[in-house]
Design a protein around this ligand. Structure first.
Ligand code: SF4
Length: 467
């Protein structure tokens, strides 16, 4: 089937990483532009594969190039609604091709070709042909397919603009529905190939954390293939409609994660946050010093106010882990009226990159918009504190942050304490700090190292020096 493709094509190559030392070229990603798009199109001519722009042989080793993957499909049973779900498989299927690495989705894609693949004679046209065969194999309802690879800068830029308007229309449609309007949610297990204990719960108000699959996409996919990786979850009895906890969701997530996770709050980062696979668009992270929540997306290349970049934070909470204080999410979820509603929604958000904040204008309540600092206003916890005080951010009502960084002494005056509220709500302790690694010396040369450490306290007292 792949006899004229010079490299092996098989699921065994999923997970292959192409590091800089073995990289021929990089395609799309943070240093360039690119996207992928699947569309149902009645004019498709089956088996038409094309590269528009420079082929690999015309590229320079070590350089970065624009990159688009345009896939058009036709089939009697194909509906427009299924486009997003089929498109999401581009990630896995590209990674079946030995020597080709694909990360992320939509206009966030980031790909690499290895020097070994180039030496074997691999070309981008081979990627197009492989995708054509793989998509038809994976989705028998695809009767005809064409795959076009774009590498010419102006073409790719225009393709990105066109694709973004299609993504926006898909997202806009889903925004008209809310969790209360439906009787079923959906589970997605597509990312279990690399995050075996992860299951996405997709509801009208909570678009999948990859940002590529919404409730309508899931509905179309489950209808087309009820035994596939996207399936219905009867909404059933709600345990807590603010946190977003449902008996059926808990039961199914326990079943599908071999018991690793058995409770999930869809709308909170505390206690039982939604698990995170690795392809989330952004991470919400708790900042104990401020009792607030920050957001960072994968395009933000600098350090967050916690002193670590997105990549380190993603490493802490990905792979299907449920890590209290962190949750992966889609940018579209930040437009939902239920966005982290159990935690205080935008009144609890104390930092985010400026690009994200601008893209959410109209969704962040007007009265809070100017009170949320971005990387332009604050790069450290202290900067954030000062900004919050200047702007009278409502988080100040939750906890008085004044003086929390001042030296404590016996003369210190208690200005705020918290913990009782959490205990009243049934929690024994409140989270006060977390760290990817924390060492504690024992006697002699022995040391205990805590990985992904979380510190809880029954009560937290913030003191202000009287001096
Ligand atoms: S992030 Fe979630 S919805 Fe998206 S493909 Fe992975 S499991 Fe499915």
């Amino acid at each position: 089937m792949f006899s004229d493709i010079p490299v092996d094509v098989s699921p065994m190559h999923e997970g292959e990483r192409i590091r800089a030392a073995n990289m021929y070229v990089e395609l799309a990603g943070p240093k360039s532009v690119g996207t992928e798009l699947v569309q149902v199109d009645e004019s498709v001519v089956d088996g038409q594969y094309e590269v528009i722009g420079p082929e690999l042989s015309e590229m320079i080793k070590g350089e970065v190039y624009p990159f688009g993957i345009k896939i058009d499909i036709k089939g009697e049973k194909l509906e427009k609604e299924i486009e997003g779900v089929i498109e999401r498989r581009t990630h896995d299927l590209c990674n079946y091709v030995q020597g080709f690495m694909h990360l992320n989705q939509r206009d966030q894609i980031w790909c690499r070709v290895s020097t070994d693949a180039l030496d074997e004679g691999f070309k981008l046209i081979d990627l197009a042909k492989s995708l054509g065969i793989l998509f038809k194999e994976e989705f028998p309802i695809i009767e005809e397919i064409t795959v076009t690879i774009l590498t010419e800068e102006e073409n790719v830029k225009q393709f990105v603009v066109d694709a973004q308007s299609i993504y926006a229309a898909r997202d806009e449609r889903a925004r008209k529905l809310s969790d209360e309007d439906v009787d079923v949610f959906y589970g997605c297990l597509m990312c279990q190939s690399f995050a075996p204990t992860h299951m996405c719960v997709v509801t009208p108000d909570r678009t999948a954390l990859c940002g590529a699959i919404n409730w309508f996409d899931c509905r179309a996919s489950a209808k087309m293939d009820p035994d596939g990786s996207i399936f219905e979850i009867e909404k059933g009895e709600v345990l807590d409609d603010v946190k977003g906890e449902y008996i059926n969701v808990n039961d199914i997530i326990a079943q599908k994660t071999q018991g690793e996770t058995d409770r999930v709050y869809l709308h909170s980062v505390f206690e039982y946050p939604h698990t995170s696979c690795g392809c989330f668009e952004a991470v919400a992270f708790y900042i104990p010093e401020l009792d607030g929540i920050g957001i960072v997306d994968r395009d933000f290349g600098c350090e967050t106010p916690l002193g670590i970049p997105f990549s380190s934070m993603a490493g802490q909470c990905s792979g299907g882990k449920q890590v209290e204080g962190f949750t992966g999410l889609s940018l579209e979820y930040m437009r939902s009226p239920k966005f982290l509603q159990a935690d205080g929604a935008y009144e609890r958000i104390v930092w985010m990159p400026k690009e994200i904040k601008s893209s959410l204008e109209g969704f962040i309540p007007k009265e809070i918009y100017d009170k949320i600092p971005t990387d332009e206003n604050a790069t450290s916890i202290n900067d954030i504190k000062n900004y919050l005080k200047d702007k009278n951010h409502p988080i100040l009502e939750r906890i008085a942050i004044l003086g929390s960084d001042e030296e404590k002494s016996s003369d210190d005056e208690d200005i705020e304490s918290f913990g009782e509220e959490a205990m009243d709500m049934g929690q024994e302790f409140v989270p006060v700090a977390s760290a990817p690694e924390m060492g504690m010396p024992l006697s002699g040369e022995t040391k205990i190292i805590f990985k992904n450490a979380k510190i809880y306290a029954e009560k937290v007292i913030i003191k202000k020096s009287k001096k």
